[in-house]
Design a protein around this ligand. Structure first.
Ligand SMILES: [Zn+2]
Length: 464
């Protein structure tokens, strides 16, 4: 046999290619892309389907204590299964340092947690305590182990770093070609708003949006970019939710600054009005930065189409609608005490395909870039994110004609709600391969627990 598997008759689509051809897979890698390949043990018929690079999710909180210390609902099994049903063949969740914890201990902890993953994985290392020890030996050691991206928070008491610490982290990261991600919101502005709203008795979920104004994000993005430029280090701004923030990214990119950014489906699918659903239902839509309005959605879509955003990421942060998650501080907790985050790792790509490609807002080529190729480039997954001989056979086969309504059961995560419940979606992934092995086939899970492997990532390919 020439190949282990042939994917036959699909329409292959990458950022640079759109053609009908077969893909031959041997020993986990793509061995050939050509017309009419023959000689394989397994043939997957992809007639009428679209064959894309397997999705790479680069913003997900899995088996991680939140910035407020609450454990996520998903472990690496349920989280990776949900990701696979959503068209992903690898993901890069976070490994979060608790203050006082060594980097080695963080990576060992997450190594144990991730052993259950059904798809390949790596981590971005969240740094909350940049001691001299962490800066001089912890971060270089992480880098040597293939963890080539770090993340800092400019807000949240338990994890935030100040500007001076941020500069130190950027400098160390930049020296090693590591990308620093940032959650950019002005901490003092948010705390000031929380106090003001509390005095006025405004503590229902809907005030969450008001408490984190666009100005808080725009100011912090501007500051983060300025710090990165001073340090001469690359920066990745996560979950951009404002036109002002997107404008800063677009301007800096045009000027040649090494800045990357993402936005998330929930800013485009929902608005602050969802926080005002009856009772405590609005708590399901509490995330930070908060949901905004329909006007920003139009601007974010324009920026997606224009290339301002390298990724559209789920920011999957699953907290159940009960006392283990959203209401860990009580069923009627004021909004600042409700767990922050929305689930969506299984919806990122189907939603983006439906609302982006099918609705005519972005091309299939742009979709391939946003779902996998750009993430592979920025975060150093050099064997993934594209379809070409020699690369890992990480492949997602989509049925572009499927019409379906979102249900919780379809998410395959550990959640008790999905904010996307009931939405009508066009197109869905049917089969996902990771290193040539089917993770899901015809929408049935066939991967064994622990089938995923750790990805030792490369540094960012610098322009200079
Ligand atoms: Zn997040």
């Amino acid at each position: 046999m020439t190949f282990d598997t042939i994917i036959r008759g699909g329409e292959i689509c990458t950022t640079t290619l759109r053609t009908r051809a077969d893909i031959g897979i041997r020993e986990g890698r793509i061995a050939a892309i050509d017309d009419r390949l023959t000689g394989a043990e397994t043939v997957i018929d992809a007639t009428g389907h679209i064959v894309l690079p397997g999705g790479i999710e680069t913003h997900a909180h899995i088996a991680q204590e939140s910035a407020a210390g609450v454990m996520n609902a998903d472990d690496y099994f349920s989280g990776s299964v949900s990701a696979a049903f959503g068209g992903n063949s690898s993901f890069v969740p976070f490994a979060a340092q608790q203050r006082g914890q060594s980097v080695g201990s963080v990576l060992d902890t997450y190594g144990q947690r991730a052993a259950r993953s059904v798809i390949d994985y790596s981590w971005h290392l969240i740094i909350s305590d940049p001691t001299p020890e962490v800066l001089t030996s912890g971060l270089p050691m992480a880098f040597e182990r293939g963890v080539t991206s770090f993340k800092v928070f400019m807000t949240y008491d338990l994890v935030k770093v100040d500007d001076r610490q941020f500069l130190d982290i950027l400098t160390t990261a930049g020296a090693h070609g590591a990308v620093t991600m940032v959650h950019a919101e002005n901490d003092a502005m948010v705390r000031w708003m929380n106090e003001k709203l509390a005095k006025e008795g405004k503590t229902a979920p809907r005030y969450h949006a008001e408490s984190r104004p666009a100005l808080a994000e725009e100011e912090a993005i501007h500051r983060a970019v300025s710090l990165a430029k001073l340090a001469g280090a690359p920066l990745f701004v996560v979950h951009v939710s404002t036109p002002g923030g997107a404008a800063i990214i677009a301007r800096e990119k045009a000027a040649g600054t090494e800045v990357f950014a993402e936005t998330c489906p929930h800013y485009l699918a929902f608005t602050a009005e969802d926080l005002d659903r009856p009772g405590m239902e609005g708590a399901k839509f509490i995330c930070s930065p908060p949901l905004r309005d329909a006007a920003i959605q139009k601007v974010l879509w324009e920026n997606i189409a224009a290339g301002t955003f390298d990724c559209v990421s789920s920011d999957h942060a699953p907290y159940r609608f009960d006392e283990t998650g959203k209401f860990i501080n009580g069923a009627q907790a004021p909004y600042p005490a409700i767990a922050n985050g929305m689930p969506g790792i299984g919806m990122r790509l189907p939603w983006l395909f439906s609302e982006g490609v099918v609705a005519g807002r972005i091309s299939l080529q742009t979709f391939a870039g946003l779902s996998a190729t750009n993430a592979a480039r920025v975060f150093g997954l050099d064997t993934k994110g594209n379809l070409a001989p020699g690369l890992d056979a990480d492949i997602a086969i989509w049925d572009p004609e499927a019409r379906w309504h979102v249900t919780l059961e379809d998410q395959h995560d550990n959640m008790d709600y999905t904010p996307f419940e009931g939405m009508e979606i066009s197109g869905r992934p049917v089969t996902v391969l990771n290193r040539g092995l089917p993770v899901i086939r015809d929408r049935v899970l066939c991967a064994a627990e622990g089938q995923g492997r750790f990805i030792a990532r490369k540094p960012l390919a610098r322009a200079t």
